[in-house]
Design a protein around this ligand. Structure first.
Ligand code: ADP
Ligand code: MG
Length: 487
């Protein structure tokens, strides 16, 4: 992969250290039913109310693959520009844990359904970096142990047992916490566009295992540690930094980093050891004898491909060419499908750049202030468009438009209604403007003298005073013109 743009390093006593980061993301598949059973996969139900005999691993029960989950994995693979493997296999990954009734998890080990792909991330500097995706495989989720329900007992909720997960493994291509954050956000955006994972990290439907090592520039990779189950982008970035610092200290003290699984504690800002790393052979993987190899048809893959939505990269490129937007603005607007759709509804038949400026400026600021998202915005796309129309036909000026925007946010009324009710129409009557100019000049004889003596900066002061005298409603171009004439 191409060289990193960033020069992020950790400074140790022996000089700078570079970071090496690879992410394993578990993404819960959007699907009505589980991967191998017909039980509901919906989140938040009463404990153990969505458990089939297969999920509870009753003897003699046979898994039956859910076609929709396979389709979701293929769609995700296509969204990651990855190889789709027409033949893949399910293996048993054996381990013993209270919330895993079968004693094994059905997963894909040697033959995943999706092979190598790529995610392009955009950094704050504007640089674009491709990050390699090693593979995507399908597997079952485990149940959930609940230790906080009873003083001396633990409870098990098997609702999650058997729910389909996609494990998406990256190459160790990332070099900075920022890149890891950008990778996760981009992956989440792509899956949300595809409708294959809701990306909700708080509910655990997307979680990341973070692999970190450090090295001196140009060296081969050193031993990594894996930080398990980090559940927010911010914590992933913090965990990387904390873990890299810990490793630098160990190496510089003459020690050696041991490969292990660690946990990140956000309240302390540090990682701690959970267990020494298990290797593949510890899981005694073997092909699941209950399941035939998964064989899919190329035509089916192509059929799925033709129904994919326009993905964020393509949409961004189109926004730039169709509406003339700068890369940054287009990038922000396509981050969420709902935002992109809202923007296009506003921009349709209007100036795309002005529409983007208003959305990224006052509109988003207003939503932020109210703690709302675009889905529950008090102002619709049509409403915002209405405001831009009043601006475009010079019914109001830019300053008043900001005021109207705020009022729209508060009241949910249309721009036109607010402008009429509050009498905010722009004054273009040159008689009224001239009157205001005369009044301001008469009220500021000293400033006028200074201006005449050469202090031309004062022009702005006069513009401000005239606007104030007209309650902000003067047409700025006409006010300027009148002032120039009279001064
Ligand atoms: P395992 O299956 O044991 O977890 P993998 O080879 O699949 O091991 O790697 C898991 C993750 O660790 C991948 O995301 C990979 O990019 C990352 N990784 C591998 N080597 C390193 C390293 N030296 N430093 C940081 N990350 C690494
Ligand atoms: Mg792993």
């Amino acid at each position: 992969m191409s060289a990193p743009e960033s020069t992020y390093v950790i400074e140790g006593s022996t000089g700078p250290w570079e970071l090496v980061i690879g992410l394993e993301v578990h993404a819960q598949v959007v699907s009505k039913a589980k991967l191998f059973s017909g039980a509901s996969a919906e989140y938040g139900a009463e404990p153990n109310s969505q458990v089939s005999f297969v999920d509870a691993a009753f003897p003699g029960m046979l898994p039956v693959i859910n076609r929709e989950c396979v389709a979701q994995a293929v769609r995700t693979g296509l969204g990651l520009k990855a190889e789709i493997n027409l033949v893949s296999r399910f293996d048993r990954k054996n381990y013993f844990y209270a919330d895993l009734p079968a004693g094994y998890q059905i997963s894909q080990f040697a033959h995943p359904i999706v092979g190598k792909g790529v995610i392009e991330i955009e950094l704050e500097s504007g640089a674009i970096r491709p990050i390699g995706v090693t593979r995507l495989h399908l597997e079952q989720d485990a149940g959930k142990s609940m230790h906080d329900q009873h003083p001396s007992q633990s409870f098990i909720d098997l609702n999650r047992a058997g729910v389909a997960l996609m494990e998406i493994v990256s190459e160790p291509d990332m070099r900075t916490p920022e890149e890891a954050g950008a990778y996760l956000r981009k992956l989440r955006t792509i899956m949300r566009y595809l409708g294959t994972c809701d990306g909700n990290m708080e509910e655990g439907s997307m979680r990341a295992d973070v692999n970190v090592s450090v090295r001196k520039a140009g060296e081969p990779f050193r031993t990594r540690c894996e930080i398990k189950n980090v559940n927010s982008v911010r914590f992933v970035m913090q965990a990387i930094e904390a873990e890299a610092r810990r490793q630098v200290e160990i190496w510089e003290a003459g020690g050696e980093v041991r490969q292990e699984t660690r946990l990140y504690d956000p309240s302390r800002g540090e990682t701690r050891s959970m267990r020494s790393k298990e290797d593949a052979h510890d899981y005694r993987y073997f092909p699941d004898p209950d399941l035939l190899p998964l064989v899919i048809e190329q035509e089916w893959v192509e059929e799925l491909a033709t129904h994919l939505p326009e993905l964020p990269d393509a949409k961004k490129a189109r926004f730039m060419s169709q509406y003339g937007l700068p890369a940054y603005d287009a990038g922000v607007l396509v981050m969420e499908q709902a935002t992109a759709d809202f923007y296009e509804a506003v921009a349709r038949g209007r100036d795309g750049k002005i529409a983007a400026n208003w959305m990224l400026g006052d509109f988003f600021a207003g939503l932020n202030r109210m703690g709302r998202g675009i889905e529950d915005s008090p102002v619709s796309a049509e409403g915002l468009g209405g405001l831009l129309d009043l601006l475009a036909d010079a019914t109001i000026n830019g300053r008043i438009a900001k005021e109207v925007m705020e009022a729209m946010m508060e009241t949910g009324e249309t721009a036109a209604a607010i402008v009429e009710a509050r009498g905010l129409r722009q004054v273009t009557d040159t008689g009224a403007i001239d009157g205001a100019v005369d009044q301001v000049l008469a009220a500021n004889p000293d400033k006028l003298a200074e201006y005449k003596a050469g202090k031309e900066k004062l022009f702005g002061f006069f513009v401000g005073q005239v606007m104030k005298a007209m309650a902000g409603k003067g047409n700025p171009a006409l006010v300027n013109e009148a002032l120039k004439r009279k001064l």
